[in-house]
Structure formats: C-alpha cells, structure tokens
Design a protein around this ligand. Structure first.
Ligand code: 13P
Length: 258
C-alpha cells in the first residue's frame, strides 16, 4: 500500500436492529482500537440506527466515523421518505455513500442523481464515498473500463479540485458483491490504476496521487491482505464481513499492515 492513509468502511446495508447494531458498534470500537490512528474507519448503519450508533461511538472517544448509506440531494421540503445531508449530519454522520451498486441497480439511480448526492454531501461538509463498478454483463462485454470511467466522470461532474479531499472512490464490481467472488488482486489493481489515471486527467496528478480508491466485493479476512497489498488499493468497503466483529477487525488490521 502507498503512503495514502488506508480507509475501511463497514456497509451494514439493510441489516441488524437497534440492539444488534449497538452491539456491533461496541464490538467494532473495542476490536479496532489498535488501528484507529493508522486507518480511517467508518461504519454505515441503516438510517434508523444512525443516532444510537453515533451515541455509542461518541461515548468511546474513538476516531471511528458513522456514515449514512444514502442521502437525498435537496436540503428540505416535500420529499416524502427522503433524508437530507443536514439531517444525517445532525445525527452525527461524517460521511455518506453515494451510488452504491444496490442503489444503482436495484433502486435505479442514475449517474446524474449520484452526482447531485456527491455535490450535496460535499456542500454539507460531509465526506463522500463514490461507488462505481461494472456488472457481469458489462465485464463480459469488455466494458469494465468505460463503465467505470463514465461513473467516475459523471459522478464527479462539477466537483472542484479542492473538494476532492472529501472524496473516496470505491470500486465495487457488481458481480463480486455478496457473491463470494472477488476480483483477483491483479484485476482489481488494474481497475484502480485506471480510475486513478482518470482522476489525474480530470484534475491533476497531485489529486490522483492523494485520492483514496478502495475495493469492495466479498472482501474477507482471507483475501484482504492480498488486495490491500496492491499499490493502488487503499482499503475496502466491506459488506457481509463487516457484520462480524472479528472479521471486520481482521480486515482493518490487514489495511493497517498493508
Ligand atoms: P460484500 O462484502 O458483502 O460483497 O458487499 C460489498 C459491498 O457492497 C460493500 O458496499
């Protein structure tokens, strides 16, 4: 791994309840304690548990951040069921995910909508993890690089160079999410290097060198070290394994040692 500080996020998705989310938060705080200075660690609980998870994390004087899995781009108003950046910030969030593949492919979010979320989050002083990645059909059709490039370009439209300090990019090939199939470290490295090159084209080499590009898709304790050992992989966005304290801690440790 490079000199960039590793980033590991736990995307809890639509899992857990108040008690189990609280127990997991306590477990993450305790078990990740040794690496909280060397790895940026964030957990992304379901919306109803943001406040309770944040209050547990805050009471432990840890640097672990709480983030929201999604936001709506408007500040307030008649948008039934949606939640604004200011609202999640008010619940203690420091970060949001934008464009997770389940939102793109299950809910139907477009690049334009993802871009609105990215910009709204930055305006609200939140960090944002922009998620990109190709489907299996796109991969088999040789479209991996063009799909990633389009999602990165359109997701970052009108995001200024200085605002890029707020952005982490997560490469999550859709076919690897929740399937147990992981991109090989070499394939993931290739995609990451291309995304970094593109960030260099859109901005400049300095922004490209600084931006964290993390990998998601069936990361486990058994494969984390080989993924994080690649020069352009700066950590991970973890789904299933983030629900098990020991697995998440082992992945954070691999990032710290990467
Ligand atoms: P899994 O780790 O369960 O494959 O999920 C990855 C993911 O979608 C993280 O956002």
């Amino acid at each position: 791994m490079s000199t960039r500080k590793p980033y590991v996020g736990g995307n809890w998705k639509m899992n857990l309840k108040q008690d189990s989310a609280g127990a997991l938060a306590r477990g993450v705080v305790d078990s990740c304690e040794p690496w909280q200075g060397s790895v940026d660690i964030a957990v992304f609980p379901a919306l109803p548990y943001l406040l309770s998870v944040h209050s547990i994390i805050r009471s432990h004087a840890t640097t672990i951040a709480v983030g929201s899995q999604d936001v709506y781009h408007e500040d307030d108003g008649a948008f039934t069921g949606e939640v604004s950046c200011a609202m999640v910030a008010d619940c203690g969030c420091k970060s949001v995910l934008a464009g997770h593949s389940e939102r793109r492919h299950v809910i139907g979010e477009t690049n334009a909508q993802v871009n609105l979320k990215v910009r709204a989050a930055i305006e609200a002083d939140l960090d944002v993890v922009l998620c990109v990645g190709e489907t299996l059909e796109q991969r088999e059709a040789g479209q991996t690089d063009t799909v990633n490039a389009q999602q990165v370009r359109e997701g970052l439209a009108e995001v200024g160079q200085r605002q890029m300090d707020r952005v982490v990019i997560a490469y999550e090939p859709v076919w690897a999410i929740g399937t147990g199939k992981t991109a090989t470290p070499e394939d993931a490295q290739d995609a990451h290097a291309k995304i970094r090159g593109l960030v260099g084209e859109i901005y400049n080499p300095d922004v490209a060198e600084r931006v964290r590009i993390i990998y998601g898709g069936s990361v486990k304790p058994s494969n984390a070290a080989s993924l994080f050992g690649q020069p352009d992989i700066d950590g991970g966005l973890i789904g299933g394994a983030s629900l098990k304290v020991e697995d998440f801690a082992a992945i954070v440790r691999a990032a710290a040692e990467g």
